[in-house]
Write a protein that binds this ligand. Sequence first.
Ligand code: NAD
Length: 280
Amino acid sequence: MIIDGKREAEIIRSELKKEISDLKSKTNKTPILTVILIGEFAPSKIYVKNKERSALEVGINSRIIKYPENVSEKEVLIKIEELNKDKNVSGILVQLPLPKQIKKEKVINAIDPSKDVDGFHPINVGNLSSGYKSIVPCTPLGCLLLIKKVEKSLSGKHAVIIGRSNLNGKPMAQLLLQENCTVTIVHSKTKNLQHECLKADILVAAAGKPNLVRKDWVQDNAIVIDVGINKVGEKIVGDVNFDELKEKTKAITPVPGGVGPMTIACLLRNTLECFKAHQL
Ligand code: NAD
């Protein structure tokens, strides 16, 4: 089975659209997602444009605040403080990566946790790892929703996650633990990666290394979720050799058209959750 992330994301977006429109008729209010974009990094500009377009499609107003590459950390922190206080702003997202004069940690910590649509604030990270209600990072949330489309109960499954980033690997592990999986995280210093991956009922690859996961790394009937987005020549590929694996897995996500669309859908979902927490 090839998991159609594009289709699943469309379903989420149409449900969000309806809920947002219903809320608007009741409250006369619309969620607002504010994105801070610093510098001219081309992929960031594309991501932000896509987020804005997708937000508008479901009825979320989007505001992009642009700064030049050399903006000071202080100026960005002052703006975040202003957005935190602005009752009309539902969600705040600072597009990463940041120029070197701005500390990612400081910026993330400055965002009001209840407006932190990326789920990166330590309060949200702590709540997630404690099993409390929290805003969950969009990509791992999207991965979980896709996995649960294939298998409703994940209890007792062995999940192996390649990558330990704050963005992907670590929150993915927390989400799968909450689903009662046995979780292994492997990373660039893991010895015998193939041996670990072969234990997986569920394999999530988030290393950013094209063609890392080959046919003989995965047991038959595993669910394989490919988070990687890698440019190889003119092509975008994942971390998994899709052609080799598609016949032997129970289910697999393609790249593009797998996790990517779910990430944006989950960002919109998080924005709506933040809006509801503030307005209702
Ligand atoms: P990162 O560089 O922060 O982390 C990569 C992780 O993979 C690290 O923990 C590292 O130890 C591990 N790793 C690297 N090489 C490895 C190897 N050879 N074997 C085992 N582990 C290895 O990256 P990230 O931000 O987590 O992103 C990972 C990938 O996911 C990238 O390709 C990125 O573009 C993609 N991504 C996709 C989406 C999406 O929506 N689909 C969202 C975010 C990131």
